[in-house]
Write a protein that binds this ligand. Structure first.
Ligand code: ATP
Ligand code: MG
Length: 570
């Protein structure tokens, strides 16, 4: 490809509203453009990378014995009513009506569709095991689309579904997929970790997530090297602390806290550490609102909250309007003292004394608050997220957790018989009895991987693609292509030679300053660069530059192909 025929849509300016580096670089490198919130077009440069990810995923799925198919993006409501998820999936499911007023949705995932197919096609255990997959566009009306294609509303996923006659066979299918995922993420050149995970709204028995470790990750992963433990913090149950509660030393007082809306502001104004404060979050449920209280320096764990009967799943927070109407105050000043809705507090909160909390009056807080003396002890539960330094579950010698951030790029679940039971998907076993199928499902965020790879492979000048993902492997930068016949001929000949050798090559023949050509090729992250210029041509040489290593080398023209190939990773 020549840049003169390519849509090289690079941008000089850093887009102001892009929060993370991968989003900024994908826009600057001309890989994607936003069409609407969380909805992106893939431009040629981005699509080439996306196709590379797809190809690796497809090869490894095929190698693992999975069969590719393609399911529709639009799905009838009846299927979702059958599984119960028309109600349970919540507002992430984009629902629509056809001209006959029949309900449909845009598929956020395909358990229902695949189960309906398999239940009609599979009769006997002899047709199993079966693993079917597709690479396809999903739609989820995410509450907070952000970070570009990392959390889009429309995105591309590889989803696979396994069907087996027994739990043991299903476990075997799961292990096979787990190993295929390891090969995929190895080949993608990612620094990743597989961790134990929550099964969420999809239901099922157990699951692992694959995370790319990066500071911009939305998930928190806890590791304990000593115990070989890795899990999403959401899933880690925290036992009640063993120590008791200190006796009250202060009396309860109401203090003015004008303008205070956050724990950080509160701590600053009252000069107290966050661990002496509590935060109160109000969530919705079938019986109305519930107040959830965690320590100021802790985070509410939505998965744990959702497990309570009084809380809806997925979790829904009360709006400021509802809080004003029912509790009679602003969000920044809520607290458990005199609260008129049911309260649930975390274990650690139950052991606090002389703490600070909102006073349920605008711009006021209480200090020196003590359970039993100033308010009755509320219902106690494990509500908070595990933090760096917490004790590792199962550790006997006080081993602690280290928490890092991760981007979830893949997820493997054992579903058991949840969908086959709801949708009557049977087969006959080797004794001729009708038995419900065991299922597994396995997702990979194909489009998200592109962003995750950039998070791990970039510098201040742009993207540094691993060869397995690069839109082109080599670029030829022709200096003076438009004024020097010699340069034009030499760069065209070299281009032809590389192209004939099956190397993906981009010839930059734009009539621009050399600095512009160099910086654009660095921005889009082409791993190997050959510069063709008049001076070096006189000596029958080319200049080589490696994007990742920063290595430069003068190569004699006859040796070019051999030397270049010796630098390739793959
Ligand atoms: P998350 O916790 O990030 O919302 P999820 O648990 O909803 O993910 P799954 O239903 O397991 O995700 O989907 C499979 C894969 O699809 C995820 O591992 C992730 O890589 C990708 N994915 C999920 N939601 C999005 C999204 N909104 N944008 C891009 N990729 C996504
Ligand atoms: Mg999600």
């Amino acid at each position: 490809m020549r840049t003169s025929n390519f849509l090289l849509a690079t941008l000089k300016e850093t887009p102001a509203d892009a929060e993370v580096v991968s989003h900024r670089l994908m826009l600057r490198a001309g890989m994607v453009r936003q069409l609407a919130s969380g909805i992106y077009s893939w431009l040629p440069c981005g699509l080439r990378v996306l196709k590379k990810v797809e190809a690796i995923v497809r090869q490894e799925m095929d190698k693992a014995g999975a069969l590719e198919l393609l399911l529709p993006g639009v799905q009838p409501a009846e299927l979702w009513q059958e599984s119960g998820r028309w109600k349970d999936y919540g507002p992430e499911l984009l629902r629509l009506k056809d001209r006959h007023q029949r309900d449909f949705c845009l598929g956020p995932t395909h358990e229902e569709v695949i189960t309906s197919i398999v239940k009609n096609e599979i009769r006997s255990y002899r047709q199993l095991p079966l693993n079917l997959y597709q690479i396809q566009t999903k739609f989820r009306d995410e509450v907070r689309p952000r970070f570009g294609i990392m959390r889009g509303r429309e995105f591309i996923m590889k989803d696979a579904y396994s069907f087996d006659v027994s739990e043991q066979d299903s476990r075997h299918a799961y292990d096979k997929m787990y190993r295929a995922y390891e090969r995929i993420f190895d080949r993608l050149g990612l620094d990743y970790s597989a961790v134990e995970a929550d099964t969420g709204s999809i239901g099922g028995s157990f699951s692992h997530e694959f995370h790319v470790l990066a500071d911009s990750g939305e998930d928190k992963i806890a590791f304990c090297k000593a115990l070989n433990f890795a899990a999403n913090v959401e899933t880690i149950a925290l036992p009640a602390p063993q120590h008791g509660r200190a006796a009250p030393a202060q009396s309860m007082e109401m203090v003015e806290t004008p303008g205070v809306k956050t724990i950080e502001q509160l701590c600053k104004m009252l000069a107290v550490p966050a661990s002496k404060t509590v935060k109160t979050l109000v969530v919705k449920g079938t019986q109305g609102l519930t107040a959830m209280v965690v320590r100021g320096d802790h985070e509410l764990n939505a998965v744990k909250a959702e497990a309570l009967d009084s809380v809806s799943s997925p979790i829904r927070f009360a709006t400021s309007k509802e809080i004003k109407e029912i509790i009679g105050t602003e969000t920044g000043s809520i607290g458990p003292v005199g609260m008129n809705i049911p309260i649930v507090i975390d274990h650690t909160v139950a052991l606090m004394s002389d703490f600070v909390c909102g006073a349920n009056q605008a711009d006021r807080h209480f200090t020196g608050v003590n359970w039993d003396r100033d308010l009755p002890l509320a219902k106690v539960a494990d509500l908070r997220q595990a933090e760096d330094g917490d004790l590792c579950p199962g550790g006997e010698k006080g081993e602690t957790l280290t928490v890092r951030r991760g981007i979830e790029v893949g997820h493997v679940f054992q579903l058991g018989r949840k969908y086959s039971r709801a949708m009557n998907a049977f087969c006959t076993n080797d004794e001729g009895e009708k038995t419900l199928l065991f299922m597994g499902c396995y997702g990979i965020g194909v489009s998200r991987i592109v962003a995750a790879a950039i998070e791990q492979n970039h510098d201040e000048r742009g993207i540094i693609w691993p060869e397995s993902l690069a839109p082109y492997k080599v670029c030829i930068v022709a200096i003076g292509y438009h004024r020097s016949e010699k340069v034009r001929q030499a760069s065209e000949a070299l281009y032809q030679q590389l192209d004939d050798s099956g190397i993906e090559v981009l010839l930059d023949n734009r009539n621009e300053r050399p600095g512009v050509l160099f910086s654009d090729m660095e921005l889009i992250g082409i791993p190997h660069r050959i510069t063709v210029g008049e001076k070096s041509l006189e000596k029958n040489e080319f200049e080589y530059y490696g994007r990742k290593t920063g290595e430069t080398q003068t190569i004699a023209a006859p040796d070019l192909l051999a030397v270049l190939k010796s630098k390739f990773e793959i």
